[in-house]
Design a protein around this ligand. Structure first.
Ligand SMILES: CC(C)(COP(=O)(O)OP(=O)(O)OC[C@H]1O[C@@H](n2cnc3c(N)ncnc32)[C@H](O)[C@@H]1OP(=O)(O)O)[C@@H](O)C(=O)NCCC(=O)NCCS
Length: 169
């Protein structure tokens, strides 16, 4: 099993995470977005088969998007530098085996290493539904505002265990 930067070699039409928006993003837009510098897509490959992916990009949050407890630590006019995990999904045939956790840990590791070099306050995700929100909250992501599906996790608060998951077998 390995995680690699996006290449077009794998059968993306066969990938099905149960959410057609995410499936079609991977099939139709991931390559173009990457070429245009909008984000990077990472692929989880097992036995030559594409079984998961995530995207990550630099992002900013306006202070009004954050809970007041967090926002008051920063100047009001600041755009807070952060990183967006725009999409993250595991093929239906492989869900519930710890691979979502593995992809999230890898995404947060990339973000933490980048932030160490160039700064950045938090990771951000947009949970698609209650299930996805519960998945992210399991790893300490919290709503940016009440009832918001946009969640954030300060980089300084990432569970170190997530950043040091065992190497892929
Ligand atoms: C959400 C998704 C990525 C989770 O991946 P997965 O491989 O099934 O999840 P894992 O097996 O890695 O589970 C990791 C942990 O999350 C927990 N978890 C998984 N799904 C959960 C859910 N719906 N609610 C709460 N916890 C959940 C597991 O119990 C596990 O906890 P543990 O680390 O304490 O053992 C996957 O179900 C998926 O691709 N869904 C469709 C696309 C989607 O909704 N993506 C989210 C982006 S908005």
């Amino acid at each position: 099993m390995t995680i690699i930067e996006f290449i077009a070699d794998f059968d993306r039409a066969a990938f099905d995470c149960g959410d057609e928006t995410l499936n079609s993003y991977l099939r139709e837009r991931a390559g173009q977005d990457r070429r245009r510098g909008l984000n990077q897509t990472y692929l989880l490959i097992d036995d030559q088969k594409l079984i998961g992916f995530y995207t990550v990009s630099p992002h900013t949050l306006a202070m009004r998007e954050l809970p007041s407890k967090t926002a008051k630590k920063f100047p009001a006019h600041l755009l807070l530098p952060c990183y967006l995990i725009g999409r993250l999904a595991v093929d239906k045939s492989r869900q519930g085996q710890g691979l979502g956790k593995l992809l999230l840990g890898e995404a947060l590791r990339v973000i933490a290493l980048t932030a160490q070099k160039v700064g950045g306050y938090c990771a951000v995700v947009d949970a698609k539904n209650d299930r996805a929100q519960a998945f992210y909250e399991n790893y300490d992501f919290r709503p940016t505002a009440e009832n918001s599906r946009r969640l954030f996790l300060p980089i300084a608060e990432i569970d170190p265990k997530l950043l040091t998951l065992p190497p892929l077998a």
